[in-house]
Design a protein around this ligand. Structure first.
Ligand code: TXA
Ligand code: MG
Length: 331
């Protein structure tokens, strides 16, 4: 009975949120990755409010969320069969596909680019919200620009105490943002790593990077990101000898090297990378709140989902540690 009441309440909340979207308002909602700050993707004035609220630079494009494959035709200029091939395997799910955009997508959504990032989230609240709103929803992660992404409704409230429409779906399952890929003539390239790996996508369509690096530079691919409001370091010998552990908190993966730290947060007791990803931003939020002056994170093995986790850690550590290359730090 309780379950039924809860879901009825949630359905009412979703209906109210959809009404808000329809009149050009903004709603925070859960996806399987992180919480999003959504508006009608086809309404430039509504979308402008997201940029304003988040303090996001206008050169950083937003992802458009859909609930039905028929919206691909609306948003993309070409009916590329590879989108459907990928959708069949990975959607709904944490994969964003960047494709040439149609004219209905306002320039503000794509930051003036001729491409649009589309994804179908795997979260029933998100899907219901999109369906009830009757439009695709443009949404960045629901954090202030450059800060740690939110994986609970409480995290969203911390950033935006004045937003009254936050749909609460509990803690998100995946915990880090979607893999973003861009389709090119010969295959796909990766713009942001996520839990869907290059190898998994490569089993459907070929990998072909037009850039020199594995990850090409694109708007929004900023070196510093996910920054906690305290100094943040990736653990290495130098850091170990420099910091006062009695004033520091550690985010631990292996369970080793934790001695002397004031606070310890374990990402996964079984060293499971998916579980670690799901707990990563929550751990960073927690240590922001706790009585420590410094946050340290243990590096994880840089393979599979570990690549996406290390990407987030390196961006979080950039301001304090000046990450430049694999395992090379300025400080
Ligand atoms: O999991 C996610 O992707 C979450 C949830 C809410 O869906 N969203 C998210 O949005 O992480 P945001 O705005 O925080 O990050 C979107 C990234 C940005 O780095 C942006 O530059 C890239 O996707 N992006 C979006 N559209 C693009 C485009 N047309 N070309 C290149 N990059 C694009
Ligand atoms: Mg973000």
């Amino acid at each position: 009975m309780k379950q039924l009441n809860l879901s009825e309440q949630l359905l009412t909340n979703i209906s109210n949120a959809a009404k808000e979207i329809k009149i050009g308002g903004i709603v925070a909602f859960p996806t399987e990755t992180v919480y999003g700050l959504g508006a009608n993707a086809l309404d430039p004035i509504a979308v402008a409010k997201i940029f304003e609220l988040k303090g996001r630079p206008k050169f950083d494009p937003l992802i458009v969320h859909i609930a039905d494959l028929s919206d691909i035709k609306l948003l993309a200029s070409s009916d590329d069969s590879r989108i459907y091939q990928l959708a069949e395997i990975f959607w709904p799910g944490p994969l964003t596909i960047v494709v040439p955009k149609s004219t209905v997508v306002p320039d503000i959504v794509t930051a003036g680019l001729q491409t649009v990032g589309i994804r179908m989230p795997k979260n029933s609240i998100a899907l219901e919200l999109i369906k009830k709103s009757g439009c695709p929803i443009a949404a960045p992660s629901a954090n202030k620009f450059g800060k740690i992404s939110p994986t609970t409704a409480e995290h969203v409230k911390k950033y935006f105490p004045k937003i009254d429409l936050i749909l609460d779906g509990g803690k998100t399952e995946v915990g880090i943002e979607s893999t973003v890929i861009k389709l090119n003539e010969r295959g796909f390239e990766i713009l942001r790593h996520g839990v869907i790996t290059k190898e998994e996508i490569e089993s459907i369509i070929p990998y072909y990077s037009e850039g020199k690096n594995d990850v090409i530079t694109a708007p929004g691919m900023i070196k510093s990101h996910y920054s906690p409001n305290k100094p943040f370091y990736i653990l290495n010998e130098k850091v170990k000898s420099r910091i006062d552990k009695s004033k520091a908190g550690i985010i631990s993966f292996s369970g080793k090297d934790t001695e002397g730290f004031k606070r310890i947060i374990y990402l996964s007791e079984t060293q499971d990378l998916s579980e670690a990803a799901a707990n990563l931003f929550g751990a960073m939020h927690q240590l922001e709140e706790l009585d420590v002056e410094i946050i340290v994170a243990e590096p994880v093995p840089e393979k599979g989902i570990g690549i996406a986790i290390m990407d987030r850690l390196k961006k979080a550590a950039y301001k304090s540690q000046g990450y430049i290359k694999k395992n090379i730090f300025l400080k």
